[in-house]
Design a binder for this molecule. Sequence first.
Ligand SMILES: Nc1ncnc2c1ncn2[C@@H]1O[C@H](COP(=O)(O)OP(=O)(O)OP(=O)(O)O)[C@@H](O)[C@H]1O
Length: 303
Amino acid sequence: MISMDAVTKNFGNFKALDQVDLHVAKGSVYGLVGPNGAGKTTLLKILAGVYRPDGGAVSVDGVPVYENVDVKQRMAFIPDELHFLPLATPKSLAAFYGDIYREFDWERYRKIQGILELDERQKVSKMSKGMRKQVSFWLSMACRPDVLVLDEPVDGLDPVMRRQIWSLLLQDVAERQMTVLVSSHNLRELEDVCDHVGILNKGKMLLERDLDEMKSDIHKIQVAYGPDVAPGVLEEREVSLDILKKERSGSVSTYIVRGAKAEVEPVVLSLSPLLFEFIPLTLEEIFMYEIGGAGYEVKNILL
Ligand SMILES: Nc1ncnc2c1ncn2[C@@H]1O[C@H](COP(=O)(O)OP(=O)(O)OP(=O)(O)O)[C@@H](O)[C@H]1O
C-alpha cells in the first residue's frame, strides 16, 4: 500500500534521510520509532507530500504521491505541530474539507462530535492544545481517509481521550482497512496498537519488522544454576548463544539473548538450571537494544 524506496532528503549539506525503505501493508498500523532527530517527521512529511524527496520513490498503491491530488484525496496527515487560521472553527474547517475531500462524511462528523463534545462554533485558536488535537482527529476521521499519517498523535491528549481516539481509529482499520503510519515516542502505547514497527536511526532505517516476529527474536531470561555447574562449562555453553547483555544478582543471572526461543531453551536446559524463566520484552526494551547496538548511548536502562 505505502511504499518508500531508497528515499533520501538533504537539508543543505545535512542528510536527514539516507536511502530509506519503508513498506506498509493495507489495513496495517505501522509504528515508526527512533531517537530525537532520527528523521521521522521528515519522512512523514515526504509521504504526505509536504517535502519533495531528493532521491528515491514514494507511492501509495503504486502511484507516486508528490503533487498528486488523487492520491492526497485518500490521505490525511496530522502533524506534530498544528496550525489553524485565527478565525477557523471546527464547522468552518469541516465545510472547507467537505469541499476538498470527496469522501467527507457529515454523518461521521456529527457522530464524532457527540463523542468529543466540542463546540463546533468555537474558534480553534482559543482552544487548549489537547482540544486542538481532538479537532484535527475529528476532521481527519470525517474525511474517511484510506491512509492516515500521524506524527506524535496523542501528545497533549488526556488518557481517556487517548483511548477514545485510538478506539475510533482502530474501528476504521478493522471495518474498512484504513492504513495507519504513526510516529511516536510513546512505545508503550504503540505496542498496543501496531502490528509492524520500523526503527529509524540517524536518517537510516535500522529495521522493519512484524512486531510479533520482532518479539520472538529477542528474549530476556533469568537463570540460576546449581553449585555443581562449573563456571567454565557455563561460559562454554553461552558462547553458542547470542547474548546482548548479562547481569548477575546473587545466584540469579539475567540475560538478553537474540534468537528463537527454540534455539535458546535447549542450551540453557542442558545445564539443568534450578531456575529458568523467559520474561517478555517490551517494545521499549527492544528499541533500547536495537538502537544500543547501533551505537546510541543507552546505559543500563534495561535491567
Ligand atoms: N527544515 C529543516 N531544515 C534543516 N534541517 C532540518 C529541517 N527539518 C529537519 N531538519 C533536521 O533533520 C533531522 C531530522 O529531523 P526530524 O524532525 O525529521 O527528526 P525526528 O525524528 O522527527 O525527531 P523528533 O523525535 O525530535 O521529533 C534533524 O537533525 C533536524 O535538525
